[in-house]
Design a protein around this ligand. Structure first.
Ligand code: NDP
Length: 245
């Protein structure tokens, strides 16, 4: 039981982030919930508290460097240290390149890549100073493979795998700082709601049905990495539904 530790989870207002926040709270972490939708964060804070855990929330847009810095500062104020940052917030408006959905490309780059970078920029000096901590990045199976319609999304998820692995290699070995990539396959969440390309929506509808992962499955994987002894760094977890090719 990791009592008295602080975990910050971005994108905590739904899906994987929400499940992860609840899971870490159940393991004794004080959880700082970050996202833009305040009503969702308030409801989640109440749910965690009703289950006997503790949580705070801070409205945060991960595309703002100053808001990410303020988030980490808020986490520090509560407990004096930050043990875990889960860089989870993300968008997946898949589209074919020739639809030129350039605004959506920009958004994915801003949230999926810059959001992760701003999280690292805000928390790394803190963790280097305290000489411990754990930074987790949610990439994707799409950060390993590319399919038609996933070019830009995959680009962002390849990028954050590269960034996170590069960070891991640069960590001072005398520090107990761990870095983990979690790469899920298809998880039942609201992630596909941002897709506007009708051809992709149709392709999804006509796709082979399969039993998808639950957000809780990814929360369990994250908790597994976090709960290892300090000398163990789970570098990456790649987790697909059994039926996903
Ligand atoms: P959801 O759509 O359920 O959750 C996405 C979360 O990201 C929301 O909480 C949303 O909160 C947050 N978010 C989006 N934009 C911003 C922003 N600018 N600032 C702060 N928060 C933001 O999807 P998932 O839970 O599935 O996605 C979580 C992560 O998992 C993403 O990185 C996704 O790419 C990755 N992933 C998901 C897979 C899946 O199949 N579901 C597979 C592989 C990876 P709000 O809108 O309130 O700000």
């Amino acid at each position: 039981m990791a009592l008295g530790k602080t975990a910050i989870v971005t994108g905590a207002s739904s899906g994987i982030g929400q499940a992860t926040a609840k899971e870490l709270a159940s393991k004794g972490y004080h959880v700082l919930l970050a996202a833009r939708r305040e009503d969702r964060l308030i409801a989640l804070k109440k749910e965690i508290e009703a289950a006997g855990g503790t949580a705070d929330y801070k409205i945060t847009d991960v595309t703002s460097r100053s808001e990410m810095t303020a988030l980490i500062e808020a986490g520090l104020e509560t407990n004096g240290t930050i043990d875990v940052l889960v860089n989870n917030a993300g968008l997946m408006p898949l589209s074919f390149m020739n639809k030129l959905k350039v605004d959506e490309w920009d958004k994915m780059i801003d949230v999926n890549i810059k959001g992760v970078l701003y999280g690292i920029a805000a928390v790394l000096p803190v963790m280097e100073k305290q000489k411990f901590g754990h930074i987790l990045t949610i990439s994707s199976v799409a950060g390993h493979t590319i399919s038609k319609g996933s070019a830009v999304y995959s680009g962002t998820k390849f990028a954050v795998r590269a960034i996170t692995e590069g960070l891991r290699q640069e960590i001072d070995p005398s520090h107990e700082i761990r870095v983990t990539i979690v790469s899920p396959g298809a998880v039942e969440t609201e992630l596909t709601d941002t897709i506007t390309d009708e051809d992709i929506i149709t392709a999804f509808k006509n796709g082979q049905p399969m039993e998808m992962l639950k957000a809780q499955d990814i929360a369990n994987a994250i908790a597994f990495a976090v709960e290892q002894p300090a000398y163990v760094d789970v570098n990456e977890i790649l987790i697909r539904p059994r039926q996903q090719p």
